[in-house]
Design a binder for this molecule. Structure first.
Ligand code: GDP
Ligand code: MN
Length: 386
């Protein structure tokens, strides 16, 4: 689950990280009022759950309340990378000397959390990582020791930060790590962390991604979920208890078990395709759950074939087959479907699907190959590029 900038900064502030104290507006008039209360230049910032708002025109500096109102009315309703802006943050504008990047995330390969920092902070850290990776300093953190002061000093030194800022920087770095760790985050990021004209550090932008599996421990964070801002398919899937992640390939994947789902996705790649999603329908899924999952997969216009890979253990193959038929009645489709059912009640499952015009396969390799071929054929028939 992603938090908005204003939510992330609110959480950061709870750990003592200095932030600008602005407010949220949902109308241009509110933005005007807030700017008047603040009584100095403000920034109007689109609150959408994507990065790069600045470049998309979603961050504007307003010198007075009238400008604040004008920019708010331009930004509210704006579409940024497919999401509609419904809220803007009105923050007192900062006078910036330098923009630093500071973030913590999980480094799976190292099996540790890693803190990253760069003097080349600001709008495009991904570009810095690509073109000049040496400008990013990385420090791995021992989970039992946390971020030590000497490590924070190493980071400060590594990015060439002048000594006078070290004390504040170390406090912020340690606070950010604690905030990440205590809230079960997978990312906590400040970009930019700025040096202001009066020589203090200030977190101007904030981003947090929380691990959904840890959310039950943080009810006050779980409440911050903004369902307006989620991809509708992901919200639907979550409500149905399905683990679904949308991807940009063309092969819809319906699988039980996360590991099997990953393998299935890899197999589509092996045969020259690419997965449209990750989907784990979970153990013991019943027909209605399968139907919901299929609706979600078919709602994606990129999907050109669907690959079912079901291992019937607790999940029974006949239930899955019934779910497929149920869904097909509700959502008639031309998209070809390849089914590999194996395990508990597989004969019954296959018998149910026998009349349903599906492509069957005995092994996963065969199924993946057929799904890729079927997708290509489907695309060609429609004169699309495959
Ligand atoms: P993002 O583009 O979504 O990452 O949004 P940010 O909040 O990081 O803002 C993008 C850029 O706008 C920052 O890197 C700054 O250069 C600029 N910016 C944001 N807030 C302020 C501010 O208070 N004062 C000034 N002068 N510039 C700001
Ligand atoms: Mn930013």
């Amino acid at each position: 689950m992603k938090l908005h900038e204003y939510q992330s900064k609110f959480v950061f502030a709870g750990y003592g990280i200095p932030i600008p104290h602005g407010k949220i507006a949902t109308t241009p008039q509110e933005a005007f009022e807030i700017a008047r209360e603040i009584g100095q230049p403000v920034v109007i910032k689109a609150q959408v759950l994507v990065g790069g708002r600045g470049k998309a025109g979603g961050v504007k500096l307003a010198r007075n309340p009238d400008e604040a109102e004008m920019y708010a009315s331009a930004i509210l309703g704006m579409n940024i990378k497919g999401l509609t802006v419904k809220k803007v943050l009105v923050d007192p504008a900062a006078d910036i000397k330098t923009e630093i990047y500071l973030g913590v995330t999980t480094d799976r390969a190292a099996r540790r959390s890693v803190m990253m920092a760069s003097a080349a902070g600001g709008v495009d850290i991904e570009e810095v990582a690509r073109s000049t990776p040496e400008k990013i300093v990385r420090i791995h953190i021992d989970p039992f020791l946390g971020l030590r002061d000497y490590q924070a000093r190493d980071i400060a030194c590594g990015i060439g930060l002048a000594r006078q800022y070290w004390k504040e920087f170390i406090q912020i770095a340690r606070a950010l790590y604690r905030c990440y760790e205590e809230n079960d985050a997978s990312l906590a990021e400040i970009n930019p962390l700025v040096i202001t004209a009066d020589d203090h550090l200030l977190a101007l932008d904030g981003k947090m991604v929380l691990d959904d599996n840890g959310l039950f421990r943080h009810p006050q964070l779980a409440e911050m979920r903004d369902t307006d801002e989620e991809a509708p398919a992901e919200a639907q899937a979550r409500q149905a208890g399905l683990s679904y992640v949308k991807l940009d390939g063309e092969i819809g994947c319906m699988v039980n078990g996360a590991g099997l789902a990953m393998t299935t996705m890899d197999m589509t790649k092996l045969f020259g395709g690419s997965p449209a999603n990750f989907l784990d329908i979970g153990g013991g899924a019943k027909a209605d759950k399968v139907a919901t999952a299929l609706r979600i997969i078919l709602a994606d216009p990129n999907v050109k074939s669907v690959l079912f890979n079901i291992f019937g253990g607790i999940t029974r193959c006949d239930e899955v087959a019934r779910g497929i038929l149920e869904a097909l009645q509700e959502v008639p489709t031309q998209v070809p479907m390849v089914v590999r059912l194996i395990g508990t009640n597989e004969e019954e499952g296959r018998a149910i699907l026998a009349d349903a015009n599906m492509i069957t396969a005995a092994t996963l390799a065969e199924a993946a190959q057929k799904a890729v071929e079927a997708a290509k054929q489907y695309a060609t028939e429609r004169g699309e590029q495959s």
